[in-house]
Design a protein around this ligand. Structure first.
Ligand code: HEC
Length: 103
């Protein structure tokens, strides 16, 4: 698993890892509220990728948001603090890198 994390962190081999990353998102419960291409409780991941395209600060901001939760960017519905559900910072980084790579 370690090499997957490292590869995702530097943004390499993203397509090869996409399936593993989606499996992690499913395992961590993200897909209960999110879908890649459709709005569910939360925004579609492709919409998230579009919104933050070219925003260099986005990754750090979104990692924090995934861990701590929050509302107001996409609507009034809050995302819960995923760190209380067993999502580590490394998981959150990996997931955000994957989400931002979606088109
Ligand atoms: C209980 C439902 C729920 C779960 C579980 C959930 N989310 Fe969310 N997520 C939301 C909602 C609602 C929003 C919109 C929040 C807002 O408008 O600020 C959101 C927003 C986001 C955003 C965009 C944040 C922004 O500020 O633009 C990302 C990235 C994200 N979620 C990733 C994840 C990941 C990764 C996981 C799994 C570890 C996850 N979410 C689990 C409901 C959820």
């Amino acid at each position: 698993m370690k090499y997957l994390v490292a590869a995702a962190a530097v943004g390499l081999l993203l397509s090869a890892n996409a399936q593993a990353d989606q499996a992690l998102a499913t395992a961590k419960g993200c897909m209960a509220c999110h879908d890649i291409g459709a709005k569910k409780v939360g925004p579609a991941y492709k919409e998230v990728a579009k919104k933050y395209h070219g925003d260099k600060g986005a990754e750090a901001k979104l990692v924090k948001k995934v861990l701590d939760g929050g509302s107001g960017v996409w609507g009034p519905v809050p995302m819960p603090a995923n760190k209380t559900m067993g999502v580590s910072e490394a998981d959150a980084k990996k997931l955000v890198t994957w989400i931002l790579s979606l088109k």
